[in-house]
Write a protein that binds this ligand. Structure first.
Ligand SMILES: NC(=O)c1ccc[n+]([C@@H]2O[C@H](COP(=O)([O-])OP(=O)(O)OC[C@H]3O[C@@H](n4cnc5c(N)ncnc54)[C@H](O)[C@@H]3O)[C@@H](O)[C@H]2O)c1
Length: 420
């Protein structure tokens, strides 16, 4: 047991958590390889790492890999509803102080972030930039010790770029989300599958024949639409970017403004990273029985205060399902308090996809330590060697071999003189 501060729901859940962490590890061969190398080389000797991440089995395996490399790791939740309490208990048992309780209120959430920062991190690992923004706004005395930080998700990267633009960023960051081996797979296949999983677990609906409206056709939106269609739903896409909207049209989806879609949709899923995407005007025309879910980072995509204002009555009808009865008698169902439904009502992304995201995280952490003091204060991309290495290791683990260029082809592809 660790002696530093931690706050979890129930230490007796540790054994159950350990078994599930072990189960996920079977699907994380790339993290396993990295962990074995870290254990031998100890790249994080003397390094303190604070991570604000969804406390899941996959995150546990990342934390254990960093710990094997000699790091002193502290964790807190990156969302009040995404913590798996058995995993939090197991982590504490493994000597990783964890501050996370599923369903914690906002005060506890920020208290947990501050406790994770009390460890005076050399590296920060964020999913949504809450550690970075807390350090910059309230704990600036910690900045001097920080070597760098890594960011896991689209919304966090957007926040960091805004900080940089405003001249507020005070230490170097790596946008792990932007690695190809991250967002091509995690955001698309991970969010695609786990969002459908979360909504299914919360509601047990049949997808076949339903009209599903997906707001946002970015990396996550592509995944969610693909999987909803695979289950037989009629998918409507709502976008604001013309190229993305065009892509959705050519991918075979109906595209229309949300106000039109609001009248016909059975299930609405937001994955935009934006605010008040589904708003009062939309609630006003939705059908009785409409289901509302969000899988974007913050619970700001569905205007819940507006919904509360329109409702005459509210009750929890099932776990993660809130029934809002509007004054005109229609019922709208909000899932998981509008928080990312794949983590609130299910287990988040499958381990196999987090294997790549967290391999990127682990290798970027090592990269930052190796380049201590040399990285410019800005938002860096993941180094291409790391991205390629993760893809290479994943393919190898999957038993997939690929071709390589011949010397003649390399020369041809690098030349401009040779034509028909
Ligand atoms: N649930 C999860 O586990 C999970 C995983 C990865 C990313 N995310 C989060 O999901 C969100 C989306 O991520 P992404 O990688 O798909 O981002 P993205 O930038 O690739 O896509 C977002 C899309 O939403 C569109 N959009 C913005 N405002 C809109 C509006 N008002 N109406 C309709 N469309 C709008 C944008 O034009 C863009 O095409 C982010 O908040 C990200 O952090 C969640």
């Amino acid at each position: 047991m660790t002696s530093r501060n931690y706050d979890i729901k129930d230490p007796s859940l540790a054994e159950a958590g350990k078994q599930r962490i072990e189960w996920a590890y079977r699907e994380m061969p790339v993290v396993k390889l990295i962990k074995e190398r870290f254990a031998a080389e100890k790249p994080f000797k003397g390094i303190r790492i604070s991570g604000c991440l969804h406390i899941t089995t996959e995150t546990a395996n990342l934390a254990l890999a960093l710990q094997a490399g000699g790091a002193d790791v502290t964790l807190c939740a990156s969302n009040p509803l995404s913590t798996q309490d058995d995993v939090a208990a197991a982590l504490v048992d493994y000597g990783i102080p964890t501050n996370a309780i599923k369903g914690e209120d906002e005060t506890t959430y920020y208290k947990h972030i501050n406790t994770a920062l009390d460890n005076k991190p050399h590296l920060t690992v964020d999913d949504g930039a809450d550690l970075v923004s807390t350090i910059h706004t309230k704990r600036s005395e910690l900045i001097a010790d920080v070597i760098g930080g890594a960011e896991e998700t689209t919304t966090g990267v957007i926040r960091l770029r805004s900080m940089y633009k405003a001249g507020q960023l005070k230490y170097p960051m790596i946008a792990v989300n932007d690695a190809e081996t991250k967002h091509f797979f995690d955001n698309r296949y991970g969010t695609g599958q786990s969002t459908i999983d979360g909504i299914t677990r919360a509601t047990n609906i049949l997808w076949a024949g339903k009209k599903v409206v997906v707001c946002g056709y970015g990396w996550t939106g592509r995944g969610v639409t693909m999987r909803a269609r695979g289950l037989g739903a009629h998918v409507i896409v709502v976008e604001v970017e013309p190229v993305r909207a065009l892509e959705a049209v050519m991918d075979g989806y109906q595209v229309m403004p949300l106000l039109e879609a609001a009248e016909v949709g059975d299930i609405f899923i937001t994955v935009t990273g934006d605010k008040n995407v589904i708003d009062k005007a939309h609630f006003q025309v939705m059908k009785n029985g409409t289901i509302l879910a969000n899988s974007g980072h913050f619970n700001a995509e569905i205007n819940i205060p507006a919904l509360e204002g329109m409702a005459g009555k509210k009750r929890t009808i099932r776990d993660f399902v809130e029934e809002y009865t509007l004054k005109d008698g229609r019922c709208l169902f909000l899932l998981g308090e509008g928080r990312l439904i794949n983590l609130a009502a299910a287990e988040g992304h499958p381990a196999s996809v987090m294997d790549m995201s967290f391999a990127d995280q682990a290798l970027c952490a090592e990269y930052m330590v190796k380049n201590k003091g040399k990285l410019e204060i800005k938002v860096h991309p993941v180094p291409e060697e790391i991205d390629k290495e993760v893809a290479r290791l994943k393919l190898k683990a999957m038993g997939v071999a690929i071709d390589s260029l011949t010397a003649e082809q390399q020369k041809y592809l690098a030349s401009w003189e040779e034509g028909t």
